[in-house]
Design a protein around this ligand. Structure first.
Ligand SMILES: [Zn+2]
Ligand SMILES: [Zn+2]
Length: 300
């Protein structure tokens, strides 16, 4: 299960309603911030999420609308005397820019909280047991951008009627079967397959920040329960989208179709359009689309 809180859903220029990009993802008691645009710390407060247990930031890229909130957030965490080490996962070029920004403000290695820089390379980012995060490269102007795949494994639950029928008592024996190990009871072997139901509950969430193309992305988003991706422009401005290194709503929707995703959430909204126009363009291609707004809370 993943719980998403959209802390900022604007493109590079914020509006009265939309803050700069940031997304909080909570899973298995852990909280991960994806991007940290200017003002994210206040959005964390306004959303009710607060600063607790916040020790990991994933950055899609180093454009200012995605990273300028980091110094303010770290300053506040320092004043709160947070003892946690904050780990920032990003491409090497992105980390250079963020490290330079922090060093310019406080001196190299002297940020208000302990910071660990973890450079991304395609593949695994973390394996937290209850869920995993992987990353893949994304093309967006001259940045080293990455998208993220968050997955929780499907689990198979013990079927109580089968356990009872086979005479498996309550207690550790059931734990053995749940862990996939066979048992022998009264001379008879009971295999996990005899008592486990079908896989259930696995989820896949894919988050893509700014991107100039959907080429090569469909294999990463394949069969995701939810895809969160930018849609900064409409098809009528496709040339401008190309020039600025962004997608149109139609392109994002076509990717959702190609990847057979469950639900599409569009973000990084430009103030030049009405939400209805963006939604109409996308839903013509992929009906299960919604437009993210600040403080939306979605659980998958
Ligand atoms: Zn952006
Ligand atoms: Zn960007």
């Amino acid at each position: 299960m993943f719980a998403l809180t959209f802390l900022g859903t604007s493109a590079s220029v914020p509006s009265a309603e939309r803050n700069h990009p940031a997304l909080l993802v909570e899973a298995a008691g852990k909280r991960i911030l994806i991007d940290c645009g200017e003002g994210t710390q206040r959005q964390l407060l306004r959303s009710g999420a607060g600063f607790r247990r916040l020790d990991r930031i994933l950055l899609t890229h180093a454009h200012l609308d995605h990273v300028l909130g980091i110094p303010g957030l770290f300053s506040t965490l320092g004043l709160r005397q947070s003892a946690d080490v904050m780990t920032i996962h990003a491409g090497p070029g992105t980390l250079d820019i963020v490290a330079g920004m922090l060093a310019g403000l406080w001196g190299a290695g002297r940020a208000p909280i302990a910071v660990a820089f973890a450079p991304l390379a395609e593949g695994s980012v973390i394996d937290a047991g209850e869920f995993t995060i992987d990353c893949f490269p994304v093309r967006h102007r001259d940045t080293d951008s990455f998208g993220f795949v968050l997955q929780s494994p499907a689990r198979r639950h013990l079927l109580s009627d089968r356990l009872a029928a086979l005479g498996v008592p309550d207690g550790p024996m059931r734990g053995e079967l749940a862990a996939g190990r066979p048992l022998v009871i009264a001379g008879r072997t009971i295999n996990p397959e005899d008592v486990l139901g079908p896989p259930d509950g696995g989820k896949k969430l894919v988050v893509v920040g700014d991107t100039e193309t959907t080429d090569g992305l469909s294999r990463h988003v394949a069969d995701a329960d939810m895809l969160v991706i930018e849609a900064t422009f409409l098809d009528r401005d496709a040339d401008t989208a190309r020039n600025y290194g962004h997608l149109t709503a139609a392109e994002a929707a076509a990717l959702a179709v190609a990847g057979n995703v469950g639900q599409l959430v569009l973000t990084h909204m430009s103030g030049r359009y009405q939400d209805d126009e963006i939604l109409a363009e996308a839903t013509r291609i992929f009906p299960k689309t919604r437009i993210a707004t600040d403080f939306d809370h979605i659980v998958i």
